[in-house]
Design a protein around this ligand. Structure first.
Ligand code: HEM
Length: 140
């Protein structure tokens, strides 16, 4: 991931942070609309879950230029997700819902940043396969 792409993703995420509660709600609404079967994977309070998601994304995005710092945590997150019943194809749906959330909240993702933002999501499961380069892809 190019430094200019890192900056774009971080600048985009900074715009979401002040409205993260609303963004999380819009995100889950869209996610369950895209794939209603995902709903049953969640047992807890979705507001708390949304906060955890945004906190995790904040740490990941904030360290995009220092992936070594977050890689172990991201890999562990991927393993926990496998245990929650999350499957590879879910990451594409989550990516779509997140990009849709950005559009709905009028956060413009510039062309060069859109692909990396989507890739952040897709890489998490791959991180669990144990391939360090793929795991890096979760932050590129
Ligand atoms: C974009 C990448 C993702 C991030 C950063 C993320 C982050 C998190 C975090 C921080 C938690 C709290 C529990 C923990 O730390 O293990 C969590 C739980 C969870 N996530 Fe994700 N997640 C991501 C992708 C997904 C995807 C693709 C799915 C499936 C559709 C998913 C479904 C879940 C479920 C089912 C839980 C447990 C909820 C519960 O216990 O009720 N996540 N996620």
């Amino acid at each position: 991931m190019q430094p200019s792409q890192v900056s774009l993703v971080q600048a985009t995420f900074d715009k979401v942070l002040p409205i993260s509660d609303v963004a999380a709600q819009i995100f889950y609404d869209r996610l369950f609309q895209l794939d209603p079967s995902i709903r049953r994977l969640f047992n807890g309070d979705l507001r708390m879950q949304g906060k955890k998601l945004m906190d995790a994304l904040s740490i990941i995005v904030g360290n995009l230029n220092r992936p070594d710092r977050i890689l172990p945590g991201v890999r562990a997150l991927g393993r926990r997700h496998a245990a929650y019943g999350v499957e590879n194809h879910h990451y594409a749906t989550v990516g779509e819902a997140l990009l849709w959330t950005l559009a709905r909240t009028k956060v413009v993702v510039e062309g060069a940043a859109a692909a990396p933002v989507a890739a952040v999501l897709n890489g998490l499961v791959e991180a669990d396969t144990g391939a360090p380069t793929s795991a890096m892809a979760c932050v590129v």
